[in-house]
Ligand binder design. Structure first.
Ligand SMILES: Nc1ncnc2c1ncn2[C@@H]1O[C@H](COP(=O)(O)OP(=O)(O)OP(=O)(O)O)[C@@H](O)[C@H]1O
Ligand SMILES: O=P(O)(O)OC[C@H]1O[C@H](OP(=O)(O)OP(=O)(O)O)[C@H](O)[C@@H]1O
Length: 212
């Protein structure tokens, strides 16, 4: 049996839709249940529902063979896993944002973010020394309340920035969700994993053609 770690939250429904389009028969339970382990015996697959930031942990430790994780999460926490497919779902980007017409404080610039590693690497590469302030959400609050000069956060529609009077200054990276695989599982369960990758890749490709 293949164990797939799925992120709860906004990626989940898009991932379920992608799996269904790829021919996996996932019961209605997937749309309404609060169970954290969902088994589909007909497909020989078991799904575990994890926090998005934890998917890589389950896959790296091998308790899940495969997982679905945002590229942002993969960039933040380097994991010993294979990234085998861009699923092209949950599209967004990572950006530097802040209050308009403001400069970074020269002496002790502060950057608030949920992605401390990505943010420090980015500013290091820009040759800027900043203090990183790690927050767990509502990052846009930080510049409004004087906690930070800049934020590094996800932007999708841009609505959260706009409604809070913030602007984007720099685009760091485009983000989509990825299929990740445990290296040992890839050796031991190569056939079912290859089949999953092939079926998903075909659906992703068809989706691309539809939008072209
Ligand atoms: N506004 C957005 N639009 C599209 N994709 C997004 C957006 N925000 C985040 N994502 C993507 O979806 C993934 C999961 O985001 P989600 O908001 O569900 O979880 P989270 O904020 O990490 O966790 P939680 O809110 O449960 O603490 C992110 O890692 C990112 O890849
Ligand atoms: O550009 P938009 O379409 O407005 O989306 C961007 C927002 O979505 C995410 O927040 P989320 O809803 O996950 O809440 P969070 O603050 O708890 O991370 C992200 O952190 C931004 O705040």
């Amino acid at each position: 049996m293949l164990t797939i770690a799925m992120p709860k939250g906004r990626i989940f429904s898009e991932a379920v839709e992608l799996l269904r389009k790829s021919g996996y028969k996932l019961p209605d339970e997937f749309d309404e249940s609060r169970k954290l382990i969902l088994t589909v015996p007909e497909e020989n697959i078991r799904f575990i529902l994890a926090k998005p930031m934890d998917v890589g942990t389950y896959v790296e430790h091998g308790v899940a063979d495969v997982g679905i994780a945002g590229k942002d999460v993969m960039m933040e926490e380097e994991r010993d896993v294979f990234e085998v497919l861009d699923l092209k779902i949950s599209k967004c980007h990572l950006a530097v944002a802040g209050l308009p017409d403001t400069k970074m404080n020269d002496i002790a610039p502060k950057v608030a973010t949920k992605y401390p590693n990505v943010a420090s690497k980015y500013f290091r590469e820009q040759g800027e020394q900043v203090e990183i302030i790690h927050l767990n959400g509502s990052i846009e609050l930080a510049p409004l309340i004087g906690l930070a000069d800049r934020i590094v956060d996800i932007v999708s529609t841009g609505r959260t920035l706009k409604e809070n009077g913030l602007v984007e200054f720099e685009h760091i990276a485009d983000i989509t969700s990825r299929l990740i695989v445990n290296p040992v599982s890839y050796r031991m369960k190569d056939k079912p994993i290859d089949m999953l990758v092939e079926r998903l890749a075909k659906t992703v490709e068809e989706g691309k053609e539809d939008s072209d």
